[in-house]
Structure formats: C-alpha cells, structure tokens
Write a protein that binds this ligand. Structure first.
Ligand SMILES: [Zn+2]
Length: 411
C-alpha cells in the first residue's frame, strides 16, 4: 500500500498514449525530461514513484461545470425532462438555497473531480434572484480559495435576460473571471447577446456563453463570432447543439466565421444527451454539436461534463474519462481526439498553458491504471495518481478480491 503523499521527482516506467514506456522527471511546475524507461531496481529511491501498469496523460480540465447546481437532484426532486423543465425546477429549488448549502455541494463536487484527476475547472455560477443574487458567487469564491492549492478554478457569471446589468457587474467586481449568459433563452436572442458582449467589453473580461442549446431554436453563434472577432480577451461557446443540426453548406459558412473569430467550442455530451430530443420519441437525435466538422476546420475544441446529478442531468460522475467515452460512442471522435478534448483541448479553450508528459509542458498529470488509451477510456479505473503544478495532490487505490483460486496462465 502507498505511504503518505510525497511528491516524487521521477515517475518510473509509465506508459504514454503512444504505447512507449518512459521515465518522467519533474522540476518545479514543469516536466523537464522524458526518457525511455530504465529497468526498475527492486528498491526505488524515495524521490521515485513506480508507475508500472499506469498510463500517464495530461490531467483533465473541465471547461464547463455548474458546481453551484451539482448534487442537488435528490433534494430538488425535479421531473424527468427537457431543458425548460430543468430550468424551472432549478429556479424553484435555488430560491431555497443558502450560501452555505451551495458551498457544501460545490465543494463536494469539485473535490471529487480533483480526486478523479481534474486539476482545472471552469464553473458557471448562477446570479440568483433577490434579495441576495450573489450568494452563489460568494459560495464559489469560497470554494476557489479553499481548493487553491490543488485546483485552478475559473468562474463565469451566469445570468439571463432577467438579470440586471448591475448584478452582472457586481459579480465581476466580486472576483468572477468571465462573462457568461444564455442568449438563446431570451425573448430577443440577438439583443441579449449584444448586451452580454457590451457588458464584457465594459469590464474587459473574457466571455463564455451558453449557446444555441436546442435542436431547432435560435442560431446565435454566427452573430456571437462576428461580435467577438478581434476582441482582446478570449471567447468561447458551450453546447452549440444547433450547429449539429444545420445543413452542410450553412454549417460550413458558420464554422468559417467561428474559426475566423478563434471562438473556442465546448461540447457537453452527457447533458446534451439527457436534455435534448425529448420531442422525438423515434430516431431520437443525440443533440451534440458538429464535432467532426469543427475539428476538421481547426476550431479549438474542448469537452466537459456540464451538469452532474442536478435537475439538468440526474447522473454522471464528473470524471473526464466518462466524457471521453461519450465522445467516442455518441460523438464518433476517435480515442485520441476524445482524450485531447478533455485535456489539452479543454485547456486551450480555458486559456491555460499546454500541459502533460512532454518536456517543457506544465506538470498537470494523471496516471491511471491502464494498458492503453482505449483501456483507460473504457475502464475508467479508479486507481489514479494526480499531479498539479508538479506536486502529487491526490491518489486513489482500488483493492479487489475474488473468491476463486488464481487462474494462472490461461491455456
Ligand atoms: Zn451549462
């Protein structure tokens, strides 16, 4: 069994996604050497960690979470159903939630994600109703501070057409990093989109909007791309479900504008699979964005878990390998594309530096018990070591027992 967590300087015998076996040296926050694995001696130095049997990958980043909503399903008792039902249910439940209640659920979810290997999270936080619209913001700022040594937590101010300018501004002044919004849910989506961009410009902050989260509703992403093109701060768009239903010619035109604006796209398969398609009992659509066309056009693509066990999605583990698995089965990305979308693809959309087991990259690493990238995504073993800024910050060890004589070599 493992001893207390001491940060090793050399990770021995780890397998990379190209199947090679390597030793990886860490120095400060960086990976400084990756070399072919030397034979392991029976006694490891106390600055070494034996990663035989583990796949070493870039630590996942979650580009679109709702930590303030996570884990509320059982208490909220929402109906099964689509986005509008979920919005209504969450609105009723959140009116009863205190800052401390939000803090406790958010901290539990973020901690579980770190334990599973995610070392950076971008979470939207709802601007709530009066009399205290910023109680969710304060709760998530407390989570950010509490987990500062193990997690990069970015916060996005999430409000709709019902949210006054002053509340958005107060959230950004309080320490929220990014301007958010849901223009596709507004009576006048274009007007709400322009208000979102104007607010972000006034505060000179990055933008990350929920965009076109429906199969046949408004298409706002084209105007969004035009409005943020040439902007000094980065911009991204989550969901973009509508893109997945556009005819090929129109899709190509819109994607060209997304690429020209360098708008990062965030796919959220588990929540889209749950919320979309309820009105189509036959040949139910998947509701994912146009993943293949976006990748082919060179658009920066990240993927995340979005809602976890709340009115918007009753299930999910907040494990990036679960998201990667859905990108394979529901999104038809290959294994490498899927893993990249939840690691360095997500980091790119989040404006974080490149990380992973590469010389000169930031030492944000996840070692998971697996023989290959397909094995890791398929099994999602809980046997893991997590490194943040070059330090070992979490480990989990699975003990399995079976009442059967050892099988030995199978004939
Ligand atoms: Zn969302």
């Amino acid at each position: 069994m493992p001893g207390p967590m001491r940060t090793p300087r050399v990770l021995r015998g780890a397998r990379l996604t190209d199947r090679s076996l390597v030793d990886v040296r860490l120095d400060g926050e960086l990976v400084t050497e990756v070399s072919p694995a030397a034979p392991l001696s029976s006694v490891l130095g106390d600055h070494e960690l034996d990663l035989s049997g583990f796949l070493l990958i870039t630590a996942p980043a979650e580009p679109h979470a709702h930590l303030d909503k996570a884990g509320s399903w059982d208490a909220a008792e929402p109906p099964f159903g689509d986005l509008i039902k979920a919005v209504d249910s969450w609105r009723a439940f959140s009116a009863t939630e205190s800052e401390d209640g939000i803090y406790r659920r958010a901290l539990a979810q973020a901690t579980a994600m770190v334990q599973a290997g995610t070392t950076a999270i971008r979470s939207h936080v709802d601007l709530l109703g009066e009399p205290d619209p910023l109680r969710g913001v304060r709760a998530l700022l407390r989570v950010q501070e509490r987990l500062a040594s193990v997690l990069d937590l970015q916060l996005v101010a999430l409000g709709g057409e019902w949210t006054p300018d002053e509340v958005f501004e107060a959230a950004l002044d309080a320490g929220v990093d990014i301007m958010g919004g849901v223009p596709h849910l507004a009576e006048d989506p274009s007007a709400e989109l322009r208000r979102n961009v104007a607010l972000a410009d006034r505060k000179a902050v990055p933008m990350d909007l929920h965009t076109d989260e429906s199969l046949d509703g408004p298409l706002t992403i084209r105007e969004y791309a035009r409005l943020v093109r040439g902007r000094a701060q980065p911009a991204s768009a989550g969901h973009c479900v509508r893109l997945g239903t556009l005819p090929a010619k129109e899709l190509a035109e819109v994607i060209a504008e997304i690429a020209a604006a360098d708008l990062g796209i965030i796919s959220l398969p588990i929540t889209n699979l749950y919320l979309q398609g309820w009105e189509h009992p036959v040949s139910t659509p998947r509701g994912l964005t146009a993943l293949r066309a976006l990748l082919d056009a060179g658009v920066r693509l990240g993927a995340g878990a979005d809602n976890v066990r709340d009115p918007f999605n009753p299930v999910g583990r907040g494990d990036a390998l679960e998201t990667a698995s859905l990108l394979v089965t529901a999104g038809h990305l290959n294994l490498h594309e899927s893993l990249t979308a939840v690691t360095n693809g997500a980091r790119s959309v989040m404006s974080l530096p490149l990380a992973g087991p590469t010389v000169g990259a930031k030492a944000e690493l996840l070692a998971v018990r697996a023989e290959s990238i397909g094995d890791a995504i398929a099994t999602g073993s809980a046997d893991r070591y997590v490194f943040h800024e070059g330090r070992l910050i979490a480990q989990s060890h699975v003990v399995q027992e079976l009442a059967l004589e050892p099988l030995g070599v199978l004939a």
